[in-house]
Design a binder for this molecule. Structure first.
Ligand code: SAH
Length: 345
């Protein structure tokens, strides 16, 4: 059975037209699911009984099954969800002062194999459907309900490469952003990619106001190649022009993510190279303190070095911030998601 949560309002309207119903039914269903939080089709009382029965026989509306939950001292929560085929994915809830943010996964495992990241240790098993991504959002919203909290932001920065699952991720953001769907503001949604030029250009033409983050992590091709296999397929001199095209067609500022790895990419010379690389672009650099991964040789740069690198960028006229850290005590920080329980369950 296919998940009702996989369908954009437009696609659901198309389904209704096909079965001889008014496309307005899609709005009614969206209202039940995303506004009222009623997932049980049989309770959708403004649809006729036979229509409800028909929909029940076609669509599944189950939320992902939560198999484990870890709560951090800082309010961060890591969820392990089991999907219909028993695959497992993780999502993280972070409580910033400006709102609650979900970091969600877009694939089971990841094919990108970045040298520093835990998620790639699992290898990609499959793409998530839009419904499985929406399911993560709905499940976290349910978790927040008893404390009257809401979910204001979403980042597609969990396990997986979203642009390796482009169509499903686009349907997901459309449902999330749809004012008649979940209604999360486009500016509150961020998709993060390791850098796939044709998808970056396509994303710029979607007409969405959603944020784009690029995992850069290196100021030059040589270092980038040593960290990210994708850089061999799409070198910096192809990536940067694609990002420029994106900025041009979307008018949106991009974020360059840059993990500081001790002895690898954090020298002041690297800061200068990075400044030259991004100068003049409508962009800012988000410096990420590295979160150690047991199987990986990398270490995080010291606080002083992070500060020196940051200061140097600012001095060179580059907008830069240092990412706040969450959930370190529960392995929920960036690059630490890997659905470990896979092995024991
Ligand atoms: N595949 C996408 C999204 C997932 S990774 C991408 O590459 O952007 C989300 C961010 O966390 C990326 O910038 C990634 O490079 C970073 N990251 C991965 N491992 C990390 C680690 N151990 N410490 C800090 N950040 C990490």
């Amino acid at each position: 059975m296919s998940s009702l949560f996989s369908l954009t309002r437009e696609k659901l309207a198309g389904h209704f037209l096909q079965i001889g119903q008014s496309k307005f039914r899609a709005e009614q269903v969206f209202d039940w699911v995303y506004r009222k939080g009623i997932y049980d089709i049989s309770q959708m009382s403004n649809l006729s009984l036979p229509l409800r029965q028909e929909l029940c026989s076609i669509f599944d509306t189950a939320l992902p099954h939560e198999v484990k939950r870890q709560e951090s001292k800082d309010g961060t929560v890591k969820f392990l969800f089991e999907l219909e085929d028993h695959s497992k994915v993780e999502s993280v809830l972070m409580r910033y002062d400006y709102g609650n943010v979900i970091c969600l996964s877009s694939q089971v495992g990841c094919a990108m194999g970045c040298a520093f990241c835990a998620s790639g240790l699992l290898k990609k098993e499959r793409n998530l459907t839009a419904g499985e991504m929406i399911g993560q959002v709905l499940a976290v919203k349910e978790y927040l309900k008893p404390s009257f909290e809401t979910l204001s932001h979403a980042v597609v920065m969990g396990t997986g490469e979203p642009f390796d699952n482009y169509d499903n991720v686009m349907d997901f953001v459309r449902i999330l952003n749809d004012p008649k769907g979940i209604g999360m503001g486009a500016r509150h949604i961020t998709v993060s990619t390791c850098g796939i030029p044709d998808k970056i250009r396509r994303y710029g033409k979607e007409g969405l106001q959603i944020n784009l983050a690029i995992s850069l992590h290196a100021p030059n091709q040589e270092i980038r190649e040593s960290l990210m296999p994708i850089a061999r397929a799409y070198p910096l001199d192809e990536l940067i022009p694609a990002v420029k095209d994106y900025i041009e067609s979307s008018g949106r500022r991009v974020t360059f993510e840059y993990i500081l790895l001790e002895g690898v990419n954090g020298s002041l010379q690297n800061a200068d190279e990075l400044s030259d690389l991004v100068r003049g672009m409508l962009a800012y650099v988000n410096l990420i303190p590295y979160n150690p991964v047991k199987e990986k040789p990398y270490r995080r740069s010291s606080k002083d070095k992070v500060k020196a690198f940051h200061d140097r960028l600012l001095k060179r006229g580059i907008n830069a911030t240092v990412r706040k850290e969450f959930g370190k005590d529960i392995d929920a920080a960036c690059g630490q998601l890997r659905a470990k329980e896979k092995k024991v369950l």
